[in-house]
Design a protein around this ligand. Structure first.
Ligand code: NDP
Length: 468
């Protein structure tokens, strides 16, 4: 090992890179990490953390309104976007400091600058070369923008988190995680929001009941969800406003257009292909189940590998790798049963298979759905519903998926994801005593299966032929 400057050289100080480097440092490895931005990566600086702070800030709007039903009378609340932004930025500065300190305390050397792989054991940063037994690529991803006239006037989530003023009218293109999260933030803070999607409901890839419920709830909150359309052209007007021309020929006048149309792995200019690392068609680093690339000494974790692009997955991939390499504890990251949440308003959380996936992979399934008005809104009067869904493999009684749209969904599904990983059955859910009164108890009190459309049709046919 001493033939190299370091045991591990990590490129990119985001969630995956920092987690792996710190743990390797605590195991006594000599570790360096390079970063051309502040330490923290997308999640801490431009993603999960600032977004969630804005979600909290935005939710007060409804909380103030809901309080009236409980006897509170408030003066008309006012909101100051710049104060929220400043508070959020202060918190990000604090977290950046925490990350820097954690790296230092783990003995990891931080090298400022952009890294480029020169050979299987060498990384160049700011003109200086460093050698390492192992190189870890953890460079994350960046927003993808489609090509169309006027796209230069659009912002991405990076820009949305830095806006100096709250836009009066916002168009959001894309109905994935970022699109619906920002739709909720801007709408609650008082902007007029339009969401432009190509499909007929938001959140492609999620369970159909989740998609339709959330689309409906967004509309009930006043968000203009425009389906089965796309933007052809963006034109900037002399007053600074933007005019969007859509597929159908309609125009939409807004002050800001936010593109939330997916993300691409950050592999450009890293020198990876030149040294033999394979990339896929989207530019993601191809790795095996140990996060190893086509080059034996080079590994990759997180969004740059385009497996499951979530912070905790990147962290777990990084830690599994370090356990394997530096703690004689070989661990393969298990990508099954990973729960995820969308911090829309109301939020979504899910773990396991969608109904469609469950039917495709497991044949007959039983589906339990509960759709109700949360207790809080019996007094607040708000027209918001909660949807919960459990999908069960009929042959084994094993739960294949939990899905929820409604307040606290992410907090509730986190616990259920443990049960799912442990192979929980419907019978075990039924034998669990609920906590009353909560929304969560509904997951252990659902008794009625949703009628199977095929069986109902067969029964009806049998019934009809009997009559004849
Ligand atoms: P998503 O992949 O979630 O959604 C992309 C959206 O953009 C879809 O609605 C898609 O439409 C649409 N789209 C894609 N290309 C085009 C195009 N050329 N023109 C018009 N629409 C297009 O991406 P996001 O950007 O929302 O988020 C990126 C990733 O970041 C997520 O997938 C997730 O991994 C991560 N993330 C996680 C969060 C969390 O855990 N809470 C929060 C935010 C991000 P269609 O459905 O028609 O393809």
């Amino acid at each position: 090992m001493a033939q190299y400057d370091f045991d591990l050289f990590t490129i990119g100080a985001g969630s995956g890179g920092v987690a792996a480097s710190r743990r390797a440092g605590t195991y006594g490895a000599r570790v360096a990490i390079c970063e051309d931005d502040r330490v923290g990566g997308t999640c801490v600086l431009r993603g999960c953390v600032p977004k969630k702070l804005l979600v909290h800030g935005a939710h007060f709007h409804e909380d103030f309104e809901d309080a009236a039903g409980y006897g509170w009378s408030l003066q008309e609340p006012s909101f100051d976007w710049s104060k929220l932004q400043a508070a959020k930025d202060k918190e990000l500065d604090r977290l950046n400091g925490v990350y820097m300190r954690m790296l230092r305390d783990s003995g990891v050397q931080l090298i400022p600058g952009r890294g480029r792989v020169v050979d299987a054991h060498t990384v160049e940063v700011a003109g200086k070369r460093y050698t390492a037994a192992t190189i870890l690529v953890a460079t994350g991803s960046r927003p993808f923008l489609p090509e169309l006239p006027g796209i230069e006037h659009a912002i991405t989530s990076d820009g949305a988190l830095q806006l100096k003023e709250l836009p009066r009218r916002v168009a959001i293109v894309g109905g994935g995680y970022i699109g619906v999260e920002f739709a909720g933030i801007f709408n609650a803070l008082g902007s007029k929001v339009s969401v432009i999607i190509r499909g007929d409901t938001v959140l492609r890839g999620f369970d159909d009941d989740v998609r339709s419920t959330l689309t409906q709830e967004l509309r009930k909150k006043g968000i203009d969800v425009r389906c089965e359309t796309f933007v052809r052209d963006i034109e900037k007007r002399s007053d600074g406003s933007l005019s969007l021309l859509t597929k159908s020929g309609d125009t939409l006048e807004v002050d800001t257009v936010l593109y939330a149309t997916g993300r691409l792995p950050n592999t450009k200019g890293l020198g990876l292909e030149e040294v033999g690392v394979k990339l896929d068609a989207r530019g993601a680093v191809v790795v095996d189940e140990w996060s190893r690339t086509a080059v034996e000494s080079i590994y990759a974790v997180g969004d740059v590998t385009d497996r499951i692009n979530l912070t905790p997955v990147a962290i777990n991939e990084g830690r599994a790798l370090v356990e394997t390499l530096y703690n004689a504890n070989p661990i393969k990251m298990d990508h099954s049963g990973v729960a995820s949440a969308v911090f829309s308003q109301p939020p979504v959380a899910t773990v396991g298979l969608t109904e469609r996936e469950a039917c495709e992979r497991h044949g007959k399934v039983d589906v339990y759905v509960s759709n109700f008005r949360p207790m809080k809104h019996t007094l607040s009067g708000r027209d918001e519903r909660t949807m919960m869904k459990v999908i069960v493999e009929r042959a084994s009684d094993r739960v294949l998926g939990f899905h929820m749209v409604g307040a606290d969904a992410p907090e509730i599904i986190q616990g259920l994801s443990v049960a799912l990983k442990c192979g929980v059955t419907k019978k075990q859910l039924d034998s669990t005593v609920g906590i009353h009164p909560t929304a969560a108890e509904e997951f252990v009190t659902m008794r009625n299966k949703r009628p199977d459309p095929e069986e109902s049709a067969a029964q009806e046919l049998g019934h009809d032929s009997g009559k004849r």
